[in-house]
Design a protein around this ligand. Structure first.
Ligand SMILES: Nc1nc2c(ncn2[C@@H]2O[C@H](COP(=O)(O)OP(=O)(O)O)[C@@H](O)[C@H]2O)c(=O)[nH]1
Ligand SMILES: [Mg+2]
Length: 147
């Protein structure tokens, strides 16, 4: 069976773990680097967190998402405050998944569950939970993307 590789645009707050996840799945060294602008990889599009924090950048996210097969909303499970507008996924008219990051730092399952619920509220159809640092939970996402 030939699985088509999908390109995903990752959208989430600054520090939520987008770049770390990309580096993990693109098999690069984990080197900390702050994303200053939209960056294109083979299978990923990385976006700066500031694009979410300021509505004036939404149109840039929408235009850029046209180059992706799906949208990945990235939610740090250790962050208490929600950033996702309700039904944010409907902005994109594109398959949207949710990615809960930093599960290794979760105080307990309820923190992960709360992050899942925020992603579901935003319209994510399917949720992945992972730690890019430990590599736990990364494989199911990689398989889903056909990597
Ligand atoms: N413990 C832990 N730290 C993580 C994980 N993912 C990212 N980080 C850390 O969180 C910080 C922000 O990550 P980064 O990928 O730059 O976030 P971005 O702004 O969304 O691209 C960095 O210090 C990462 O090392 C994870 O799964 N577990
Ligand atoms: Mg980044």
């Amino acid at each position: 069976m030939v699985v088509k590789q999908k390109k995903i645009i990752l959208i989430g707050k600054t520090g939520s773990g987008k770049t770390t996840l990309i580096q993990k799945l693109e098999a690069r060294e984990l080197v900390y680097r702050k994303t200053q602008a939209i960056e294109f990889y083979l299978h990923f599009i990385d976006t700066p967190g500031e694009y979410l924090e300021n509505r004036k950048f939404y149109s840039a996210l929408i235009v850029t998402s046209a180059d992706a097969d799906l949208v990945g909303l990235v939610e740090d499970c250790t962050s208490e405050e929600g950033w996702l507008p309700p039904a944010f996924a409907s902005t994109f008219a594109k398959e949207t998944i949710g990615i809960v990051t930093k599960t290794d730092l979760a105080r307990g399952p309820e923190q992960i569950q709360a992050a899942r619920e925020r992603l579901i509220q935003a319209g994510a159809a399917r949720i992945f939970e992972l730690s890019a640092v430990l590599g736990e939970g990364v494989d199911p996402l990689a398989r889903y993307l056909g990597l």
